[in-house]
Every structure is written in structure tokens, then in C-alpha cells.
Design a protein around this ligand. Structure first.
Ligand code: C2E
Ligand code: MG
Ligand code: MG
Length: 710
């Protein structure tokens, strides 16, 4: 990804292409070093000038000044030397001559050197006059010497006074003039030198200040060109950290920062993609692609307005299918169910039965939720019909034809009531689904009565533990009669609860909830103890009668159950053959693999086993073959009105034949009329249980019944 190029900033340097931080630093350092070199070279040059000037001053001007000073002194000295020569005794004359000669020689030397390097042209006239005076002095000196040699002292003194001294005086005057001029010149030179030195100092100061200013400016620019883009980077990184992935790092004109910016942009894209994926995973069911529970209840985008009905659809016996046919089959079934549910919804929306905006979500396992806007409950009934039609064809998976049967729980906004939240609708639909699973039609609307019942059940449950402890439970027995001769073969133990406030509570009102919470194991244990106690009393009076106790799936989950029961049976001294155990077919199918193992363990103890409510749990023949059971109890829904339903007769006949084929005793439940009994007998059924034989009995009524029927 290429960062977008911003418009050129209105800086003093047009930015042609991104420059690197290294280039900027090199440029800045280079400029600084250059400035420093310039200042140094300038300083050195100026110092060289000053040195030159000083040297010139020391070797030229000062020496000349000294020579002129010496000239004055020697001129003065020459006069006194001559006086000494004139008055010197003859013997000392040679020495005095030498002194005077030396002085004259020095004078001549100085005058010669001065005429050679005299700088100032104005001094030339003075020098010419000096030379002339020297000449006069030389002549006067020779005259004086002549008189001395002639030993004419007075003449010598006279010449000395008249010629030599005036000449010397004139020389002295001229040399004084020269000296003064030289002094002025030296002073002027010194002033010049000081001026120059001042200028040098000023120049050096100026160059240093300039270099410093430039250094500060370059450092500031470099820092700004590095720090600015870095700050921009920091801002972008913080914005990305806050979740704004659309924010982009634009080109800063600094190559290294642009590279980091590029990486940051790429990272933001990758993070955005990954976040989208995470959100998708968090909100979407991976198997069906439908929204999940989170998406239904807390959608990212607002849900369609006006949703007033929530329908929960639950795929029956999914656990059994997963365990017997494999999880792939279960998954295929769920996917197919989702597809069919969706197409039926689309069809309903198209036909105007529901509003076009709806949500279909998968909540868990085989449970889907459809949130729709329906004008009334009739529309939901139509939708239900569409779903049922869509689910009717069996699904072919892994070589099996599996049928998709659903239970529906519906909840809606009551007429004239404020719309409840989806969470409330969902909770209500769950309550409705629960009662739908127990109802015959597999379809139920939520009602407040259900809720009240549910709450009632909950409060009942809290009393249940006490009920067991305080013996509020009762064991009622419903006889089972042989269909061939009408003799009693045994009885089924059915629990009743003599609630101190509610009166007699039927198991339908607390067994399902006790199963959910696990309290049912208390009931089972109590019933088993009670059944064994009754069997003990029957050992003499009714030695062939058995008692069947209902087990719950919760009991099957207890790994120690078989062992505990075997000890209990042994302790009672009752023949295990007399204690029958009933397990519902649907209960078995909840956990088929585990159930098989447990049934074998129970069978090993010696108790015969029955499959209760057979025909409602969709077990396969292959599965039944694996079970160590000895009785099949056909559910009473097949028995109800069987005498007038040939199709049911065929079905029940098949069940009976299958049972016999597996060597099982077949019992029909819920036989209420003689016609039903006769039909069942004709179909080959072995045993009947139902109100026709007897209602469940307890206490005196049971004793009386036993007395008259055995
Ligand atoms: P179930 O095991 O299938 O028991 C048969 C049920 O059918 C009993 O209902 C019985 O009263 C009823 N019944 C018998 N003959 C007829 C008839 O001719 N017509 C009609 N309409 N009904 C008939 P009950 O006693 O209400 O029990 C309901 C269910 O509660 C039982 O069904 C069983 O699944 C469960 N249950 C009862 N007692 C216990 C128990 O001690 N432990 C466990 N785990 N479940 C129990
Ligand atoms: Mg039963
Ligand atoms: Mg039953």
C-alpha cells in the first residue's frame, strides 16, 4: 500500500521526494562542519594578518625608531667626545680618536640605513638636511683634527665651537625631528594594529555567532523534520489502537518514517481483517452460517423493527442421532433443518404471511430461533404449517434416511401490550418449547399459566427434599394384567406426593422438573426402597407378582447406581427377578452408548428391564437388539382408539412382532376400553395396563383389589 502524497507544504524548501533521516542528519552535520571550517579559516587568516603586522612593526618601525634614537644619542655623544679629544693629553689621543671615530662610524651607519629604508617621503627632506649637516660636521671635524695635530688647542676649541658644535646641533635638531616623526609613525602604526585586531575580534565573533545561529537553525529543522513525522506516526498508532482502522498514515517526506507508516497501514489492515473475522466468529454460527444467540440478542446492527413473535424450533433426539449415526449425520441434519427453516420463512415473507424483515438464528445444538413480525397468531400457525411441510421429507445422510421432527415453542407480544425485549420473548419461548415437548402436538404458545406452573414447579422442587424426608411421598401401584387370561402379572409403581398444602400432586407436575434438577434420584431411591418393602410382604401372598419402578436418565448417569441397587436388593432378600426397572425410550436415546453399558450392569444384578413409552423415542431395531431388556411397553398414544384405527393397528402389530422377534414381552399402556383390549389381544400383545384393568391404587383399595383378583 502506498501512502497518499500530501500537497507540498508551504515551507521554504519544496519537498521533491522523501528524504531519509540519515540524509538530513548528514546534511545538517555537513553544514555545521562547513561553517566551523569557514570560521576557523577566517580566524586563522585574520590572525596571520595581525602576526604579519606585528612582525613588521617589531622588525621595521621599532628598529628604525631605535636607530633614530641612537642617532640623537650618538650626535650628542659626538660633541662631548670631541671635547674630550681636544683636551686629551697626547698620549690618550689615540684612544679618544677611536671613540670619536666609532661614534662617527655609528652615525654614518645609521644615516645610511635610514636613507635605505625610509618609508615616509616627508622625512626625506629632513634626512637630506641631516646628511648635509653631517657633511658640515665631517668637514668641521677634519679642521678640528688638523688643529689638534698642529697642537693649536685654542684654534681647535674655536673650530669646535664655531663649526663642529653648530653642525652637531643642527644634526641633533634634524635627528630630533626624525625621532618625533618616527614616534608619530609608530603610534599611528600601533593604532592601526589595534584597529585591525578589533576588526579581527569582531569578525571572528560575527562568524561564530552566525555559525551558532545556523547550527541552531539546522538542528531545529532536522529535529522538526524527524520529530514531526514521528509524532504523526504516534497519533496514527494511537488512533488505530482505538479501533479506527480507516485512519491512514500519509507520506511525511521522511523515508524511514514512511516505511514505518507503510508497515503501520498494513498492520491496521491486517488487524481490521482479523477483527472482522473475530466478530464474524463471535456472531455467526459456523455450522449453518446463521446468526448465533449473541447476534440475536445483542446484534451489531439494529434488528428489523416491529419483531413481535419469537419461535423456537428444537430438533428432536439430536443426541441420540449423534451417538448412533455419528456427529457428521447430526451436523448434516442441523444444516438441512436450518436451510429448510430459512426457505419456509422466505416463502412466508413472500406470501405476506409475515413481514419481510425477520431473523433466523441458531441458539445451540438443534435449536433454532426465528424472530418475526406476524400480524396475528393465525399467521404464525401458517408459518408453522410451512415449516412442517418443509421438514416432512426425510434427510438422507450416511446411508440413513432420518426424519426431521421438531418441537415449536412460541412467544409473542400480547395484544395491546408494550413489546417485551427479545430476551423476554426468548425466555417465554423456552418455557413454551418445554411444554411443547410434553404436549402431543409438539407446538405450544407461551402463556402466563405455563409460567405460573413453572414457578409453581420450582417452589415444589424446593419442598421435594423435605417431602422425601417427611414421608410425604406415596407409592401407588397400577396392576398389569395378562391379555391371555386376565390374571395380574405385576404392577407398576407410580409416585404420588401428598403435599401438605397442595393435596395430591401428580408425578407429571414434578417428575420432569425433578429430573432437570437431579432431585429425581431421591424419588427413585425412595420408590425402590418402598417397592422392595412391598415385595418382601408379597413373598408369601403374591410370589409371582413383580413391581416395576420407573428410572430416570439422571439415575442412569450415576456410575454407582447398579452397584448400590444390587446391595439393596441383596439386603432385602427379595428375588431380583421380582423387581422390574422401566426406562423410557426417549431417556435411553439421550445417551444411547452410556445407556447400553448401564443396562447391562443392571441386568447382571438380575433385575428384568423394560422399555417404557416405546414408539416415542425413535430407537432403531439395531439399537434395540443391543439392549438386555425383556419387556416393551407400547406408549399409550398408540393404544388410544386403536380399535378404530387400522393404520395404528398395523404399526402396533409391527411393534409387537418386532418385540416378539427380540424375545420380549410386549405390554400395552393406557388401555381404557374393552375394544382396545380386544384389538390388542388380537394383535398378539401379551400384557395390558390401564384404567380398564385398574387405576393406580394405594392403601386399602390396593389391598382389596389384590384380595379379589389374586
Ligand atoms: P409411565 O411410566 O408411562 O406411567 C404410566 C402413566 O400412565 C401413569 O401416569 C398412569 O397413571 C397413566 N395411566 C395408566 N393407565 C392409564 C389409562 O388407561 N389412561 C390414561 N390416560 N393414563 C393411564 P402417572 O402416574 O401420572 O405417571 C406419569 C409418568 O410419570 C409415568 O409414566 C412415569 O414416566 C412418571 N413417573 C411416575 N412415577 C414415577 C417414579 O416413581 N419415578 C420416575 N422416574 N418417574 C415416574
Ligand atoms: Mg412407567
Ligand atoms: Mg409409560
Amino acid at each position: 500500500m502506498v501512502p497518499t502524497k500530501p500537497s507540498a507544504p508551504a515551507g521554504w524548501l519544496p519537498r521533491l521526494r522523501p528524504r531519509s533521516i540519515a540524509a538530513r542528519l548528514a546534511w545538517a552535520l555537513g553544514a555545521l562542519v562547513l561553517m566551523l571550517l569557514l570560521a576557523l579559516s577566517q580566524g586563522a587568516w585574520q590572525l596571520r594578518l595581525v602576526t604579519e603586522l606585528t612582525r613588521h612593526f617589531a622588525t621595521g618601525d621599532m628598529q628604525r625608531l631605535l636607530r633614530v634614537q641612537t642617532l640623537s644619542q650618538q650626535t650628542e655623544g659626538a660633541g662631548s667626545a670631541l671635547v674630550r679629544l681636544v683636551h686629551a693629553p697626547r698620549a690618550d689621543r689615540v684612544h679618544e680618536y677611536a671613540v670619536v671615530d666609532e661614534r662617527n662610524r655609528v652615525l654614518d651607519g645609521i644615516i645610511a640605513s635610514l636613507s635605505e629604508d625610509l618609508m615616509d617621503p616627508t622625512q626625506e627632506a629632513t634626512l637630506v638636511r641631516l646628511v648635509a649637516c653631517r657633511k658640515q660636521y665631517a668637514e668641521a671635524f677634519i679642521n678640528t683634527v688638523d688643529q689638534i695635530e698642529a697642537d693649536d688647542l685654542p684654534a681647535a676649541v674655536r673650530i669646535l665651537n664655531d663649526q663642529v658644535n653648530p653642525a652637531l646641533k643642527a644634526m641633533l635638531q634634524e635627528s630630533q625631528t626624525l625621532l618625533q616623526r618616527e614616534r608619530q609613525r609608530v603610534e599611528a602604526q600601533l593604532d592601526n594594529a589595534l584597529d585591525l585586531l578589533g576588526r579581527v575580534v569582531m569578525w571572528l565573533t560575527a562568524v561564530s555567532v552566525l555559525a551558532m545561529a545556523l547550527a541552531v537553525y539546522v538542528a531545529w529543522r532536522t529535529a522538526r523534520s524527524v520529530v514531526g513525522p514521528l509524532l504523526q506516526l504516534e497519533t496514527v498508532a494511537r488512533t488505530i489502537a482505538q479501533g479506527d482502522y480507516a485512519h491512514r498514515m500519509v507520506s511525511t517526506g521522511t523515508r524511514e518514517v514512511d516505511r514505518v507508516g507503510d508497515a503501520l497501514n498494513t498492520m491496521a489492515d491486517a488487524v481490521a481483517q482479523r477483527e472482522q473475522q473475530i466478530v464474524r466468529l463471535a456472531y455467526q454460527d459456523s455450522l449453518t452460517g446463521l446468526p448465533n444467540r449473541t447476534a440475536l440478542l445483542t446484534p451489531l446492527q439494529p434488528a428489523p423493527a416491529g419483531l413481535n413473535t419469537l419461535v423456537l424450533m428444537d430438533l428432536a433426539r439430536l443426541k441420540g442421532i449423534n451417538e448412533t449415526l455419528g456427529y457428521t449425520t447430526g451436523d448434516t441434519l442441523i444444516k438441512e433443518m436450518a436451510l429448510r427453516a430459512e426457505s419456509a420463512l422466505a416463502q412466508a415473507a413472500q406470501s405476506g404471511c409475515i413481514a419481510p424483515g425477520y431473523v433466523l438464528a441458531r441458539l445451540s445444538g438443534g435449536t433454532l430461533a426465528a424472530a418475526v413480525q406476524a400480524p396475528d397468531r393465525a399467521a404464525v400457525a401458517q408459518l408453522h404449517a410451512l415449516w412442517e411441510r418443509a421438514m416432512a421429507p426425510t434427510v438422507a445422510c450416511s446411508g440413513h434416511n432420518v426424519d426431521v421432527s421438531l418441537a415449536y415453542g412460541c412467544a409473542d407480544t400480547g395484544a395491546g401490550q408494550a413489546a417485551p425485549s427479545l430476551v423476554t420473548l426468548l425466555r417465554n419461548a423456552e418455557v413454551a418449547l418445554h411444554s411443547a415437548k410434553r404436549a402431543t402436538g409438539n407446538f405450544a404458545w407461551y402463556s402466563e399459566a405455563q409460567e405460573a406452573a413453572r414457578l409453581g414447579h420450582l417452589s415444589l422442587l424446593s419442598d421435594l427434599r423435605q417431602a422425601v424426608a417427611q414421608s410425604q411421598l406415596q407409592m401407588w401401584l397400577q396392576p398389569k394384567l395378562s391379555l391371555s387370561d386376565g390374571s395380574p402379572v405385576g404392577a407398576e409403581a407410580l409416585v404420588r406426593w401428598a403435599h401438605p398444602e397442595r393435596g395430591m400432586v401428580s408425578p407429571a407436575d414434578f417428575v420432569p422438573f425433578a429430573e432437570q434438577t437431579g432431585y429425581i434420584t431421591l424419588v427413585t431411591d425412595w420408590m425402590l426402597t418402598e417397592a422392595l418393602r412391598t415385595l418382601q410382604t408379597w413373598q408369601r401372598s403374591h410370589p409371582h407378582m413383580s413391581i416395576a419402578v420407573n428410572l430416570s436418565t439422571r439415575d442412569l448417569q450415576d456410575p454407582d447406581f447398579a452397584h448400590r441397587l444390587s446391595r439393596q436388593v441383596a439386603a432385602s432378600g427379595v428375588d431380583p427377578q421380582r423387581l422390574r426397572l422401566e426406562i423410557t425410550e426417549s431417556g435411553l436415546m439421550e445417551d444411547p452408548t452410556h445407556s447400553v453399558a448401564l443396562l447391562h450392569a443392571l441386568r447382571a444384578v438380575g433385575m428384568p428391564l423394560s422399555i417404557d413409552d416405546f414408539g416415542t423415542g425413535y430407537s432403531s431395531l439395531a439399537y434395540l437388539q443391543k439392549l438386555p431388556v425383556s419387556e416393551l411397553k407400547i406408549d399409550r398414544s398408540f393404544v388410544d382408539g386403536i380399535d378404530a384405527a387400522p393404520a395404528t393397528q398395523r404399526l402396533v402389530k409391527a411393534m409387537i412382532e418386532m418385540g416378539h422377534g427380540l424375545n420380549l414381552m410386549v405390554t400395552a399402556e393406557g388401555v381404557e376400553t374393552p375394544a382396545e383390549r380386544d384389538t390388542l389381544r388380537q394383535l398378539g400383545c401379551d400384557v395390558m395396563q390401564g384404567y380398564l384393568g385398574s387405576r393406580p391404587l394405594h392403601g386399602d383399595k390396593l389391598a382389596a383389589w389384590l384380595l379379589s383378583n389374586t
